[in-house]
Ligand binder design. Structure first.
Ligand code: ZN
Length: 236
């Protein structure tokens, strides 16, 4: 399959969006490799759509392997290599969306049922340490912010899982962990998300769960917005 300049030019948009099948895409690339005018056109088009950028490819790449036919062409111009990477990322994003749809089906018990069953039976729940939090709390501040906090015992210390709602709409916040002996560590910090004051984050402290006396959420002036005093150490 070969394309003349006119046809290739018409196909460039679809090519950039990853909408051509492999044979068509290769025909476009064969032409572009020899046509400075089409190369210039790609440079121009490539800067346009925001959708060509910001693809979270690291995650998507775990879902789909790179198509082989993109790698076996003779040394392409740098431009084509770059465009291919973008097209691949786009296609991967579609694949990720489809995988999401599959996950939705899974929730209905339709797809991948046998796989899940296999995993479940191969690893009885009692075989691994319980992933459930050692303790969970709801912290409420005087001005209405709410923080769900789960403390998880780890070999290296304690993990803090936080879901914050109704936090002030601007500022930088931090979570401080105060130990029995008065020492304190900052376990996490984050900037206001501006989205209903909502944030989901995970923090960490080297203090063992049993030695944690209190947990405080502070703003960037070190004012305590909300705090939690843990009950006296439940041994263990
Ligand atoms: Zn051309």
């Amino acid at each position: 399959m070969t394309l003349d300049h006119h046809d290739a030019r018409l196909a460039l948009g679809a090519y950039l969006l990853g909408a051509l099948d492999p044979e068509e895409a290769r025909a476009v690339e064969d032409h572009v490799a020899t046509c400075p005018a089409c190369q210039a056109q790609i440079e121009e088009l490539e800067t346009l759509p925001a959708l060509l950028d910001g693809v979270p490819s690291a995650r998507a790449e775990a879902l789909v392997e790179a198509p082989v036919q993109l790698n076996d062409l003779p040394a392409p111009p740098a431009l084509l290599a770059r465009v291919r990477a973008r097209r691949r990322a786009l296609r991967l994003r579609w694949a990720a969306a489809l995988a999401g749809a599959a996950a939705a089906s899974l929730a209905l018990g339709v797809a991948l049922g046998p796989v899940v069953a296999g995993v479940t039976t191969a690893e009885p729940p009692t075989a691994s340490p319980s992933p459930s939090p050692a303790a969970s709390y709801l912290i409420t501040s005087s001005d209405g912010a709410q923080v769900d906090l789960a403390l998880v015992r780890k070999g290296w210390g304690t993990e803090l899982d936080l879901v914050c709602r109704g936090m002030p709409s601007a500022g930088v916040f931090s979570v401080w962990v105060v130990a029995d002996d008065g020492a304190q560590e900052r376990a996490a910090s984050w900037s206001s998300t501006g989205y209903a004051g909502r944030a989901v984050l995970t923090g960490a402290t080297s203090y063992q769960l049993a030695s944690i006396r209190s947990i405080q959420i502070r703003d960037d002036t070190q004012r305590t917005l909300a705090s939690l005093t843990l009950p006296a150490a439940p041994s263990g």
